[in-house]
Design a protein. Structure first.
Length: 273
């Protein structure tokens, strides 16, 4: 797709972005905009919500109904927007630190309630904007500014957490697998219920440099070489899967959303009156 087709979705006066050259956040943002465009969704009937962090700056660059909120509170604000405007597509754009650390409680409860939200987690496995600290998804033994000798804490698996908490659409792709990322975001936007798409992206400024992976092209090549499909992973041992990124659609389920249950309750109460 030509970039010109997506210009109408941007606040062009706010460009260029603050993102480092080669940052994968731009790839994830373009995948989101392409998904919206291909689905023919109205930007006037869509709300995009973010918290704090590099990826959370995305809402400032797009011409939707947008909220740039408090650190970790994007999912909570998005829940409020969806309750007030159930006719809107409501999307959360945020990083692994913002959504899974300080915002982790909001994330699991949105999944539990099956709120009709699309949550796109930009996972660069490190805190980017605040200085390269360990995040909830930093792999064991990987270096960060707060773990100069290697991280000792086991990371969250975003996909497993989302499924366990109750999300009804869960998928993962990397910025190398761009067409797949667009496809999963389209399916997430079309899904009724909590849809979580984990986009594994590169922070070469911190994660790549600290862990001697390299610059942006080298990190994207790293994603290419170290990713395996879900189908292939099913036949691999735990040792073979070490340090691998498993990509695919992990969970698709059709069940009542929060709004379905709420409207049923309202109807029941109304009949009693």
């Amino acid at each position: 797709m030509k970039v010109e087709a997506l210009l109408d979705y941007l606040r062009n006066e706010r460009w260029p972005t603050i993102w480092c050259p080669g940052c994968g956040n731009g790839i994830v943002l373009k995948a989101f905009l392409q998904a919206v465009h291909e689905l023919g969704l109205s930007k006037d009937k869509m709300a995009a919500v973010s918290g704090i962090g590099c990826s959370s700056r995305a809402t400032g660059y797009i011409d939707f109904n947008t909220l740039h909120t408090l650190h970790g509170r994007a999912v909570a604000f998005a829940t409020g927007v969806k309750l007030a405007r159930p006719d809107f597509h409501v999307v959360v754009l945020g990083g692994d630190g913002d959504i899974l650390a300080i915002g982790g409680n909001h994330f699991i409860h949105a999944c539990r309630r099956n709120i009709d939200l699309t949550i796109i987690v930009f996972n660069n496995m490190i805190y980017g904007m605040t200085g390269g600290q360990v995040s909830p998804t930093t792999p064991v033994e990987k270096v960060a500014s707060t773990a100069p000798f290697g991280n000792t804490e086991p990371p969250f698996d975003t996909v497993k957490m989302a499924i366990a908490a109750g999300a009804t659409y869960v998928a993962r792709a990397t910025v190398y697998h761009y067409p797949l990322l667009v496809q999963y975001i389209k399916r997430a936007l079309s899904h009724r219920g909590t849809a979580v798409v984990e986009a594994v992206t590169n922070c070469h400024t911190y994660y790549g440099r600290y862990n001697k992976i390299g610059d942006a092209p080298q990190m994207i090549e790293y994603f290419k070489k170290n990713s395996v499909t879900l189908e292939r992973a099913k036949n691999m041992t735990a040792e073979e899967l070490k340090d691998k990124i498993v990509i695919g659609e992990f969970h698709v389920e059709d069940k009542p959303t929060f709004h379905d249950r709420y409207e049923k309750l309202v109807e029941t109460i109304s009949r009693k009156e």
